[in-house]
Design a protein around this ligand. Structure first.
Ligand code: IVH
Length: 681
């Protein structure tokens, strides 16, 4: 590959990019992958390797460049081409009928009315601007949040990490989709349930409060200042409007706009339908409501739009919403029931979580008998008493929660105030609340509840992935005293497993194989599995890459730990405390003896720009400012905001202003983008 000629190299890189783009679309856009993940990864690795050898061939649209930017200080405010309005809502068939009647009246007699029905995705709306580049290709130029409707926030760096957002669209695709090279797409960013659950798991592992629902999680993620964090959480973008640069409908019909966007490679929700009668509208809505549970992402209703752009224009807008579209909102999945009792659960970090035990109630087809109360403060805030009636809400896969106490003549108040325990409900040890934290914790590292949760965490799919080691088996192993520490898993025998209930020879053998196989998990997973406070999946990965071995990590001082990206004093101290505890060191030694992976490949730091200070000014032809900054910093350089005698290079693009003048005045070297790429080697 090293001796590949220039032309061959170009072709190979282009081929890889095209193939990766195509498979990303199949996977993220259509949910219909055609090749195994491993084949996809192999292509991606080859492209990364080729680009690393030939950085001058990296383009900002390359699929390797989704995560370009480094953390930013904030987001720039940018005006929308046209205000991003919201929709008026209806909640019942009768209200929808009224709306339909008004539409028909306004459209005038004889107007042929056709509607497009879509799902109302419960996320946040986003405007994407695409702009013509070389060879008729269109590039993603900018992604804006709704903001106040008139002015949005520029979150381009984060939007680029969303795999269902095309970074570029080829000339052929544009032609097929009948799209001009400059256009705007509007749609919804959502976080699928699986990603939401995983994000909350990680947050809890780091001692952070979980996000309340997937919409908040998506909104929080898109406004995160570090694109690498955004990239780790799966977000999806569903397109629903195609507009001109100035915000006008691009197509005479909404149904055509949706087909065009799909043809251009956007993810368009497959649940869409053109209908002509009111009955068909209701059928779509009712179907949507039954499908709601099984979609894997949140919807909170259906959106009905007039198909014809001409009619849309004729109907126009009220102050804040179009007259030509309406949101049919499902009633929130909530129910009223009684709190029989409040119990306290102990988690793996010793955190105590109060849980309401409810009189079972059916909410949206699921029986709910427990709801989280989060923490002691939340019980105070709700003013909750045992035997109170409460309103409970749930969404998709989200854990049901108590939203308020119901107090009316049919629902008398409870009488018993709940007292948060002063001792662990499982082991009786003292519990503590660290200043500044909302949670109480059991401090006994041997608390059986903590061990149980630790074992479940250790075996979880995203951790050591030991299939078959679920609640039923863990409970039995603990009850029979076969496991007193995570390390005991590695000395379990077939005989022991066979003595458990509902375990036959076959499942015993499979479980032993799974346990044995888990030893091959990389160091970062082992670290995550240890359950050190604040160490989630990502921090574990960073620590493994930085230190390269369990021993180096165990020997690191808090200062050394804090040098790792994203590790602050609190996290560093938690790591130190963990390894300073004799019991934990013993656990680590036993895991070492069992043969778990204790070393990892250290991340190589490149240093060709070590000690050099750069100032960026003007618009570069290919790199965004964030990209350029990231590249310089990755190579050990520093980027500063102002030119001084200490500046080594000013990187100037189009429309460079006073910084360039200053550089000339001070005799600082000035390079363009190509010059920067040269320096980067
Ligand atoms: S159309 C003026 N279509 O619901 C047109 N919106 O209250 C407004 N939403 O802010 C947007 N799914 O965030 C439209 N299929 C869909 C939608 C949708 C979700 C959101 C959007 C908007 C809010 C309207």
């Amino acid at each position: 590959m090293l001796s590949m000629g220039d032309a061959a190299l170009h072709t190979r890189i282009e081929k890889l990019r095209e193939a990766i783009q195509h498979h990303e679309y199949l996977y993220y856009g259509l949910d219909e992958p055609e090749i195994p993940d491993a084949d996809f990864d192999a292509m991606m690795r080859e492209l990364i390797a080729l680009e690393a050898e030939h950085p001058e061939l990296v383009t900002p649209d390359s699929p390797t460049q989704r995560v370009g930017g480094k953390p930013k200080e904030g987001f720039a405010k940018v005006a929308h081409s046209r205000p991003m309005l919201s929709l008026d809502n209806v909640n019942s068939e009768a209200e929808l009928r009224d709306w339909d009647r008004r539409v028909r009246e306004l459209a005038g007699e004889g107007a042929a009315i056709a509607y497009v029905c879509e799902y109302k995705l419960d996320g946040l709306s986003m405007a994407l601007h695409y702009r013509a580049g070389a060879n008729g290709v269109s590039h993603l130029e900018r992604g804006l949040t709704r903001g106040d409707g008139t002015i949005g926030e520029d979150v381009t760096g984060n939007v680029r990490t969303i795999r269902s957002v095309p970074l570029s669209i080829s000339h052929t695709k544009l032609a097929k989709a009948k799209l001009p090279a400059n256009f705007e797409v509007r749609g919804e960013v959502v976080m699928p349930h699986t990603a939401f659950l995983k994000m909350n798991e990680d947050r809890e592992a780091q001692g952070l409060s979980p996000a309340a629902n997937p919409r908040n999680a998506a909104a929080g993620t898109i406004r995160t200042l570090a694109p690498n964090i955004v990239a780790q959480r799966r977000l999806d973008f569903y397109a629903y409007f195609a507009l001109t640069e100035t915000g006008e409908s691009l197509f005479p019909e909404q149904s055509d706009a949706l087909e065009s966007l799909a043809a251009a490679g956007f993810r368009v929700n497959p649940h869409r339908e053109s209908v002509k009668t009111f009955d068909k509208l209701m059928e779509f809505i009712n179907r949507a409501e039954t499908q709601r549970e099984t979609l894997g992402y949140e919807i909170d209703g259906a959106v009905i739009k007039l198909d014809s752009a001409e009619l849309q224009r004729r109907l126009g807008y009220t102050g804040r919403a179009p007259r030509w579209a309406i949101a049919y909102k499902f009633t929130a999945r909530a129910g009223v029931t009684k709190v029989e009792d409040i119990r306290v659960q102990v988690g793996r970090t010793g955190k105590l979580t109060p849980v309401a035990v409810l009189t079972p109630v059916s909410i949206g087809g699921t029986t709910v008998s427990r709801a989280t109360l989060h923490n002691a403060d939340e019980i105070e805030r709700l003013g909750l008493l045992v035997k109170d009636w409460v309103k409970v809400e749930r969404g998709g896969d989200v854990i049901p929660k108590v939203v308020e106490v119901v107090d009316d003549k049919d629902h008398p108040r409870g009488t018993t105030k709940f007292h948060f325990p002063t001792h662990c409900p499982v082991c009786g040890s003292e519990i503590v609340r660290t200043e500044g934290e909302v949670d109480y914790r059991c401090v006994n590292v041997d608390c059986p509840a903590r061990l149980r949760e630790s074992l479940l965490h250790f075996s979880a799919r995203s951790v050591m992935n030991i299939e078959g080691l679920g609640e039923a088996v863990v409970t039995q192993l603990l009850d029979r005293g076969m496991v007193r520490s995570i390390a005991d898993l590695y000395s379990l025998t077939e005989e022991q497993l066979l003595s458990l209930e509902r375990i036959g020879k076959k499942s015993a053998d499979t479980l032993l194989k799974e346990i044995d196989g888990s030893k091959r998990n990389p160091l970062n997973r082992v670290l995550f599995g240890l359950g050190i406070r604040f160490i989630g999946e990502r921090t574990a990965q960073l620590l493994a890459e930085e230190f390269g071995s369990m021993d180096a990590l165990m020997a690191a001082s808090t200062d050394e730990l804090e040098r790792v990206n994203e590790v602050g004093p609190r996290v560093a101290q938690a790591i130190r405390e963990f390894f300073d505890e004799a019991k934990n060191r013993e656990l680590v030694e036993r895991l070492r003896a069992a043969g778990l992976t204790f070393t990892a490949e250290k991340r190589k730091k490149s240093s060709q720009l070590e000690g050099l200070t750069f100032v960026l000014t003007g618009t570069l032809p290919n790199l965004t400012r964030e990209d350029a900054k990231a590249k310089i910093e990755a190579a050990g350089g520093r980027v500063s905001g102002s030119v001084s005698k200490k500046t080594n290079y000013v990187v100037a693009g189009d429309d460079a202003g006073s910084k360039l003048d200053k550089a000339r005045e001070l005799g600082v070297k000035v390079v363009d983008e190509a010059g920067l790429m040269n320096l980067l080697g």
